[in-house]
Design a protein around this ligand. Structure first.
Ligand SMILES: Cc1cc2nc3c(=O)[nH]c(=O)nc-3n(C[C@H](O)[C@H](O)[C@H](O)COP(=O)(O)OP(=O)(O)OC[C@H]3O[C@@H](n4cnc5c(N)ncnc54)[C@H](O)[C@@H]3O)c2cc1C
Length: 398
């Protein structure tokens, strides 16, 4: 039996970062990764340039059954802290938009940073190591982890195995299984930051619009502003359904069976524009194509309001058209699922964990960090910031 102070299962962003923090405290740390390499998700993240943080990170950018849980960890390890580390390693970066920071070069630079820091902190990493089972005797103070490379023992065990998104990159349900083994509650995992799929009827209609991208205000939730979530970004219509940043963002908040609302011209008063042109010969599709892509305006009219010249509509019809432009309602049939989801929402219930240490309240020595926890960031570098911050929090106590 090989002994160490800390075993971290999962060599992704959170696992490696936690190992570094613990190693710096002179804890003897072993990272067990089942894939043949560490950090596969980091590698492909941000289109190969890793959107490693967001300078505007705020607890409101995260979804969780308990929206307060993430506050403590996010406050103790901020985007500024990670940016200093990136700068210390001489990695050039830039802000793409909305506070999103990307490497100028490649996401491999972030993996190299983590590996160098692991080396300096004396962390041992074992890849291609399959965990067969984990045990903790109720009386024992340590965990034993049986693997394809032998059995290891430690006083702290950190689960950093991430969510279910994109299995070919190493995703497994291991973390949820460990939580259940120790009697901890798991909030139902569901795909987040994922394209939405329409009903087959709607898919046929949208087929005409495939390939069109436009900026829109996409929202879902209650009628009043307090319970509504909205994003103003690009939306993309594909041959499979709806995608693009605005749709990926709303997908994490969307509840099955409910509609999403798309405001196609958020800063225009469409009724006013229609009324101004009420007596004119101009066709509705031509008028709308002044502000919307032409092909979209034409296909939209075919679906929602046969295009006639403006003078042929009565006032109530114009009201109806304006309402549909500002509030195009679509009830998605579902999502493209975990194979296309950028994150997994849900996970280990935060009620089970200390927000200061990430330790399971009912299982001393057992910690959960990163995406496996029920804290999910919006699109734009927030998920990595949660990985760093939750790992940092646990790293001070393991
Ligand atoms: C295509 C894509 C692009 C993304 N781009 C961004 C981005 O630019 N910015 C951003 O903030 N977020 C991005 N994300 C999300 C981000 O990658 C994750 O939220 C983040 O990697 C979570 O870190 P983690 O360490 O918790 O989990 P992961 O990075 O998923 O790491 C978990 C590790 O555990 C290993 N593992 C799993 N099961 C076992 C097991 N049984 N035994 C041993 N090891 C196991 C896995 O192989 C993996 O190495 C992206 C996600 C995807 C899919």
């Amino acid at each position: 039996m090989l002994k160490s102070d800390v075993i971290v299962i999962g060599g992704g962003a959170a696992g490696l970062f936690c190992a570094i923090q613990a190693g710096k405290r002179r804890r003897q740390v072993l990272v067990l990764e089942h894939s043949e390499t560490i950090g596969k998700k980091i590698k492909i993240s941000g289109g190969g340039r890793c959107n490693f943080t967001n300078i505007w990170t705020n607890p409101e950018n995260f979804v969780s059954a308990n929206p307060h849980f993430c506050k403590s960890a996010l406050a103790r390890y901020t985007p500024k802290d990670f940016i200093s580390l990136v700068a210390k390693h001489g990695i050039a970066y830039h802000e793409k938009k909305l506070g999103q920071l990307f490497c100028d070069g490649s996401s491999q630079q972030i993996i190299d940073l983590l590996l160098r820091e692991c080396g300096a902190a004396g962390v041992e990493i074992r890849c291609a190591c399959r965990v067969l089972n984990v045990n903790k005797d109720p009386q024992a103070v340590s965990f034993s982890v049986k693997t394809s490379q032998g059995t290891f023992q430690s006083s702290s065990l950190v689960i950093a195995t991430g969510g279910l998104s994109i299995a070919p990159l190493g995703a497994t349900d291991f973390g949820y299984g460990i939580a259940r083994q120790f009697g901890l509650k798991v909030e139902e995992p569901r795909p987040g930051l994922v394209p939405l799929t329409p009903t087959s009827q709607m898919l046929k209609q949208l087929a005409k619009l495939s390939g069109i991208s436009l900026e829109a205000l996409v929202s879902c939730g209650g009628r009043d502003d307090k319970h509504r979530t909205e994003f103003r970004e690009n939306m993309l219509i594909t041959h499979r359904g709806l995608s693009g940043p605005a749709i990926l963002q709303i997908s994490t908040y969307w509840k099955r069976g409910t509609p999403i609302s798309i405001n196609l011209l958020p800063e225009k008063d469409v009724l006013d524009l229609l009324m101004q042109n009420k007596g004119s010969e101009v066709a509705l599709a031509n008028l709308l194509s002044r502000w919307l892509p032409k092909r979209f305006a034409q296909a939209w009219c075919e679906l929602y309001a046969a295009s006639k010249s403006l003078k042929q509509y009565d006032v109530s019809e114009l009201h109806d058209i304006a309402q549909k432009v500002h509030n195009m309602q679509i009830t998605p049939a579902g999502t493209e699922g975990f194979k296309k989801a950028e994150v997994t929402a849900g996970g280990i219930a935060t009620t089970e964990l200390s927000s200061r240490t990430m330790e399971a309240k009912r299982v001393p020595g057992l910690y959960f960090i990163g995406e496996v926890v029920d804290v999910t960031g919006q699109l734009g570098g927030y998920n990595f910031q949660w990985a760093w911050a939750s790992a940092y929090a646990a790293g001070q106590f393991v």
